[in-house]
Ligand binder design. Sequence first.
Ligand SMILES: *Cc1c(COP(=O)(O)O)cnc(C)c1O
Length: 429
Amino acid sequence: MFQNTRDFARHLDSQDKISKYRNEFIFPKVNDKQVIYFVGNSLGLQPKTAKSYVDEIMTDWAELAVEGHFYAHKPWWDYHERFAQPLSKIVGALPSEITVMNTLSVNLHLLMVSFYRPTGKRIKIICEEKAFPSDQYLLQSQVKFHGFDPKTTIVEIKRREGENNIRHEDVIATIEEVGDELALLLMGGVNYYTGQVFDMKTITEAAQKQGAFVGWDLAHAAGNIKLELHDWKADFAAWCSYKYMNSGPGNASGCFIHEMHHNDPEMPRFAGWWGQRKDRRFKMEPEFMPESGADGWQVSNLPVLTLAPYLASVEMFAEVGMDALIEKRDKITAYLEFILHEIDKEVESTFEIITPSDPKERACQLSVYLHGEGRNLFDWLMKNGVITDWREPNVIRLAPVPLYCSFEDMYDFGQLLKKGISELHSVSK
Ligand SMILES: *Cc1c(COP(=O)(O)O)cnc(C)c1O
């Protein structure tokens, strides 16, 4: 049903209901030409509105100085509260379950203070094999902090021999095996390497049935897939905002803490004055009384300048809506997959898509294992205006981000890929 032609790609663009958003972003240029950008899963492009949100704070700071905390255009002392409403829609939560603070790895540590409390024989943590390195380090260090051995305390869900992805039934089987020794399951909702999407609802249920807490690292999921964190009853989740959410390099993290934990006085947390009840925050009293909801996990005065571009982006997401985004995501990912298969037929060297082919098990990413040219091809693409991302040993990751990639980009990419492979091939002969 697809065709590998420019006309057909343009036809798909003409049917695209959210195509106008492409114009809302700034694309880098290579050889004076706008690049084809496939790494929105690593660092999203800059929305054109981002700068004015930052400028507004710079101006308020200049004109109001300390008074800006209360009298800025968007007062700084509760700036983070502007995220709760729009972000709650993006991740399927109640506004009170959302807060924005710190960065992702830091937040996962803070949330593990609350949700990783090994007791008796219930000490184990389940995660996926080859989780993102930061997640591996944080789990190892948390386990050591509690005096346990990571080797026997962290249980990784493995891929089967010769398979690229983790089977759902193996996740469930691992949970049942660990049983009442399971303290916490913490996984990526979307695997960063393969782009595999996990069935978070069923996994959450299965781990909670064993009496464990469940947390999700949504770095590759927020702004990419449909999430229903509240209904799935996930205990907690956190995500960075600079990937699909286009907030800018190293920017703040969003957190979700389920309502069922909001009024639990037994729940430990590492506190700071920004988590203090709003009406008492500036009374400077010695007793900590957490603000209700996820905001009660706040620690510090907020880095408002960095939150500004995130807010610009979140407001754009709210306007587009996840449903429209997902509709285009599935179509453009399928079109990219089609183009890859077409080019694969036309060239000598082969590549293999290691991302699941079932659209229910993937989102906006195709990871491609290059059996032929490898790193040289990646370099050639970069020089020729296709920005992809290289992962050892031989994988390029392609994320056709629906908010700003076009179907014509996919066609152009296919042509460049073919050209690159044939040029490299003739050089190597
Ligand atoms: C990108 C990513 C991170 C990055 O964490 P930071 O603390 O923002 O540097 C962590 N975990 C996963 C799964 C990621 O994909």
